[in-house]
Design a protein around this ligand. Structure first.
Ligand SMILES: [Zn+2]
Length: 225
């Protein structure tokens, strides 16, 4: 039946239209997952840079302390010896503080490392799942396409045998109603618009000798079994 093919063609066209959006959503998921991983890796790089800077800070202070110690051994003045000693203490305190900060950063780095490993695992799984879904979408698109070609061919074969005027009427009705151009008449009620038709119309439909339209919606009626 022509209408059956027409409805199926329309369904397939509607379904086909949703495919690019589904593809885009999957690609967006993939990008989100990659961005989350990249952001963690960037954090880890920042922590590493900060830690290296602290290491350098310790290095310069260690050098300063060594220089002060040499000066201390060379001096014979007691007050100068003590002043150098205070400066050494100050640097040693600073080194301690810096090393505490370094420890904190190392803890952060460890945490980030664990997070990155977990995120990498997650991203890998997501990538696999999304790749699978994308290839399913491809398969679906090609199935829908071949089904559409088959239906279009069948529809053309059926249309060939139908009177042109009737075919045009059907096309116009189908396009304007969007769902069905030919509907059943059940207990004198049009199943397209659910309105009761006149008894005269119902009799003509039951007669089955001509094309009868619903007075309300214009759809072509056929008698329900
Ligand atoms: Zn109707």
């Amino acid at each position: 039946m022509l209408q059956d093919r027409q409805q199926k063609i329309k369904q397939i066209q509607t379904e086909t239209k949703t495919l690019p959006l589904q593809r885009k959503q999957l690609e967006a998921q993939l990008a989100t997952s990659a961005a989350a991983l990249e952001s963690l890796k960037q954090n880890a790089r920042h922590v590493e840079v900060d830690r290296k800077k602290l290491e350098l800070d310790v290095g310069t202070r260690t050098t300063s302390i060594a220089r002060l110690r040499t000066q201390q051994y060379e001096t014979r003045k007691n007050d100068e010896f003590q002043a150098l000693g205070h400066e050494i203490e100050r640097y040693e305190k600073e080194i301690q503080q810096i090393e505490d900060q370094e420890l904190e950063l190392m803890e952060q780095a460890d945490k980030l490392k664990a997070q990155i490993a977990a995120e990498e695992k997650k991203a890998g799984a997501a990538k696999q799942s999304i790749a699978r879904q994308l290839s399913d979408l491809e398969a679906k698109a090609s199935t829908l396409q071949s089904r559409l070609e088959q239906l279009t061919k069948e529809r053309a074969e059926i249309a060939e045998k139908i009177d042109e005027e009737v075919l045009n009427r059907f096309e116009r009705l189908f396009a304007s109603k969007g769902d069905a151009a030919i509907v059943a008449l059940e207990h004198e009620v049009c199943t397209g618009c659910h309105m009761k038709v006149t008894t005269q119309t119902a009799v003509r439909v039951k007669g089955g000798k001509e094309i009868v339209s619903c007075e309300q919606c214009g759809r072509i009626l056929y008698a329900a079994e």
